[in-house]
Ligand binder design. Structure first.
Ligand code: HEM
Length: 225
């Protein structure tokens, strides 16, 4: 088994791990955004709570959650190790970074952007995930755990909503470079398909940024008017 150890501790192996976990996290974000947009239905969170309840009690989702949390650890750890290696050897960038690339600011600042997201995730999981799974939340009119009220209470603090909006902008910059970089590392960026891959990256980034920001923005605006 030493070849697997050699591969996954080599630069290319670590980049592969980073890309595969990063792309898995993108799939998680698609599902997570779709679920969270249910918060905006105006039904006092009944649909959102029912959705959260179904997810929390689905054994397949619980297994996927383990992969999710492993990815959330593996992805930044590989990034840190690769950054240290690059610093020690020569000044290469992230997986790819050509001067003049539209996302070059993002590519040069992936470390800072990733660090902001790491802090966001620690606070986000501590506040929402821990209380949703282990907290003493109330029950809604349909008998489901009332996670909606927990979300609304959090976003009714203006600073909290503004902090989320700031983090989602960081997420957008992180993704605009990260998705393309991940595809390239996985060899999915043949010259012929590069425009398609680039478009997928841009479309997903715009959807995630606007979609996620719309949630705290909605509660913030509701609070003001
Ligand atoms: C306004 C946007 C968001 C809202 C309202 C939101 C809400 C929530 C809630 C309520 C939970 C607990 C769900 C449960 O366990 O039943 C949760 C979990 C989680 N969120 Fe978010 N989230 C948002 C954005 C994000 C973003 C952008 C990320 C990643 C960058 C993220 C990552 C996670 C992770 C990793 C978990 C734990 C796994 C899970 O429960 O699925 N969230 N979120």
């Amino acid at each position: 088994m030493s070849w697997t150890k050699d591969y996954f501790t080599s630069t290319i192996g670590r980049k592969f791990l980073m890309s595969i976990t990063g792309l898995f996290l993108v799939f998680f974000l698609i599902e997570h955004l779709a679920g969270n947009l249910l918060l905006l239905l105006g039904d006092h969170g009944l649909t959102f709570n029912a959705y959260s309840d179904t997810m929390a009690n689905n054994p397949i989702i619980r297994i996927v959650e383990i992969i999710l949390f492993l990815s959330l650890i593996i992805h930044p750890v590989q990034a840190l190790i690769l950054t240290q290696r690059n610093r020690g050897a020569r000044k290469t960038g992230y997986a790819v970074s050509k001067a003049g690339e539209t996302s070059s600011w993002a590519s040069r600042n992936m470390g800072i952007l990733g660090s902001i997201l790491f802090v966001f995730l620690v606070l986000h999981i501590a506040n929402f995930f821990v209380s949703a799974r282990f907290g003493d939340l109330g029950i809604d009119a349909n008998g489901n755990k009332d996670i909606y009220t927990k979300v609304v209470d959090s976003f009714s603090m203006a600073w909290y909503s503004l902090f989320y909006i700031f983090c989602f902008l960081a997420l957008g910059f992180h993704l605009i470079h990260g998705i393309l970089s991940g595809f390239k590392t996985l060899g999915l960026s043949h010259k012929k398909y590069l425009p398609v891959v680039k478009s997928i990256g841009i479309i997903l980034t715009v959807l995630f940024t606007i979609g996620f920001i719309s949630i705290p923005a909605y509660f913030l605006i509701n609070m003001i008017i």
